[in-house]
Write a protein that binds this ligand. Structure first.
Ligand code: NAD
Length: 261
């Protein structure tokens, strides 16, 4: 097949983005707007349903297709209702972006001291939430003959500094295992690992003068901080037929923070 730039287009595709209705400038919002610009109908899903409605309205005002859905990804019934809403509104699901997570509210919790209840809550949202969403949409992707799942992990999974990082490392494990188990069904499962991204939540977690930013300045190859929009191109690669032969990978979009051979 000859390469065509149109392989990045998503016309006729249906995408669900979780955590897309967050505080003002969020990564999920950038993802939802980007997928819609590429032609997909987008289900903007979030615990914050008012935020989801705002982002969906923004997409529709720009001429795109979107539906806002309030969802709690830790509750399988709520997640099933989200998937059903996608089918009802747009006829099926082709793309799932597991972007919702707890992050800024966690800070740098230490594994040795964390109460078990808090640990369980973090894993419920950041790991089991993504599994719940995958379990709800995989049967729908099978009906369409394939699909794309992108899990939002983090460069923060690798330096061993937080319980948040452990949850994202676990999500890398879910990514590679789902990729192996679903590959023959033409369901690609990949992850994006952003670096220090200046969403409103990112700014809250790492203000300019935080020791974490100083650490990054000493190690990151290029620019230390990025914007949500700078992640969108990688998402489109992993969600479109341009990325059909990529699965089980973690794409680091971080200016050269986590450098892996
Ligand atoms: N900002 C960064 O520097 C950075 C870096 C690496 C990875 N990430 C990851 O990117 C993603 C988005 O981050 P962000 O900076 O836009 O933060 P954000 O807090 O704006 O986005 C997270 C969203 O998840 C939603 N959410 C939380 N629990 C939920 C639940 N149970 N059900 C449904 N939705 C729920 C929140 O309402 C929020 O809208 C997260 O997965 C985060 O871990 C962010």
């Amino acid at each position: 097949m000859t390469f065509s730039i149109d392989q990045f287009r998503l016309d006729g595709k249906v995408a669900i983005v979780t955590g897309a209705g967050g505080r003002g400038n969020s990564i999920g919002r950038a993802y939802a707007l980007g997928l819609a610009k590429a032609g997909a109908a987008v289900v903007v899903a979030d615990l914050n349903d008012e935020g989801a409605r705002n982002v969906a309205a923004e997409i529709v005002a720009a001429g795109g297709k979107a539906l806002a859905v309030g969802v709690d990804i830790t509750k399988p019934e709520s997640v099933k209702a989200m998937a059903n809403a996608a089918v009802e509104a747009f006829g099926g699901v082709d793309i799932l972006v597991n972007n919702a997570a707890l992050m800024a509210e966690l800070g740098y919790l230490q594994a040795a001291d964390i109460p078990l209840e808090q640990w369980n809550r973090i894993f419920d949202v950041n790991l089991t939430g993504a599994l719940n969403c995958a379990q709800a949409v995989v049967p729908l992707m099978r009906k369409r003959g394939g699909g794309k799942i992108v899990n939002q992990v983090s460069g923060g999974a690798y330096p061993a500094i937080s319980v948040y990082g452990i949850s994202k490392l676990a999500l890398v494990g879910l990514t590679t295992t789902l990729a192996r188990q679903l590959g023959r069904e033409k369901i690609n499962v990949n992850a994006i690992a952003p670096g220090n991204t200046m969403s409103d939540a990112g700014k809250q977690l790492t203000p300019e003068d935080s020791p974490f930013v100083k650490l990054l300045e000493a190690t990151v190859a290029m620019r230390v901080r990025g914007q949500p929009d700078e992640l969108v191109g990688s998402l489109l690669l992993l969600c479109s037929s341009a990325g059909d032969w990529i699965t089980g990978q973690v794409l680091h979009v971080d200016g050269g923070w986590v450098l892996r051979p």
